[in-house]
Design a protein around this ligand. Structure first.
Ligand code: PXP
Length: 238
């Protein structure tokens, strides 16, 4: 199965925000990334707007020609953005507002909000809903119960253990992906994927629908340039 590469552009906005101007121009970079063969763009408009701003999301929505994946915690502000722009995919994450980066998936303890109703509402606007979860059958079951279309498996744990223990850590990803697919959920993955660990992950889960990659891809672009870097990432997904 073809696995899509969605490029997370949060870090581009971080660099721009460091100087308060419009360099690099996020919209130009989004267009460039698309022209270089990426299959989608991911953004995470956090409440403090430390990287992607609300304005950025609306502006990208105007120009994007590939899949638009907007991720975030479903508070009122986020849900208004989603309802206004109706992106192709909405990835819901359980982050508290001050979290440095998403570092775990949804759990039963997060369900003090009506996640099933939120998911139902988003789906009615036409967006696919993906739930960011840790790799476990129990969490896939939760995603099924809540009515999600897709899951995004949190790969931070995989990346952390890759050098010492990739053969054993991958097993719970395979098991979770199998269970998801059997229950008609599509499987995405993301967090800390890079040029070293991506290929093994894809080979272990051939039915992987999409990866979203930001930090490592932007870092690699400093060495190889954006064009070559995107080619390298696409080649790991073949
Ligand atoms: N998926 C989710 C839910 C994320 O929050 C992030 C980071 O914004 C990513 C994927 C991409 O992670 P990375 O920047 O490590 O590639």
């Amino acid at each position: 199965m073809y696995t899509r590469l969605s490029v997370n552009v949060n870090k581009i906005a971080t660099i721009r925000n460091a100087r308060g101007g419009n360099n690099p121009d996020l919209i130009k970079i989004v267009k460039k990334i698309e022209s270089l063969g990426a299959d989608g763009i991911t953004v995470h408009p956090r409440p403090d707007e430390r990287h992607i701003t609300t304005k950025d999301v609306y502006e990208i929505a105007e120009v994007i020609t590939t899949e638009f994946n907007v991720e975030g915690f479903p508070d009122e502000r986020f849900l208004k953005i989603i309802n206004d722009i109706r992106p192709n995919q909405v990835t819901l994450v359980p982050d508290a507002p001050n979290t440095l980066t998403s570092n775990r998936g949804w759990n039963y303890s997060d369900l003090d909000i009506n996640l099933n109703l939120i998911i139902e509402k988003i789906k009615k606007t036409g967006s696919k809903v993906s739930l960011f979860i840790d790799p476990s059958v129990e969490m896939v079951r939760l995603a099924v119960e809540l009515g999600a279309d897709r899951v995004e498996l949190y790969t931070g744990l995989y990346a952390e253990s890759y050098q010492q223990d990739k053969e054993s850590v991958i097993l719970k990803y395979i098991e979770s992906a199998d269970y998801a697919i059997k229950n008609d959920l599509e499987v995405n993955a993301g967090h800390d994927l890079d040029l070293i660990n991506l290929e093994f992950f894809k080979q272990a889960i051939p039915a992987l629908r999409e990866v979203s990659i930001g930090h490592a891809l932007v870092c690699d672009s400093l060495i190889y340039g954006l064009e070559k870097t995107i080619q390298l990432y696409l080649s790991k997904l073949k």
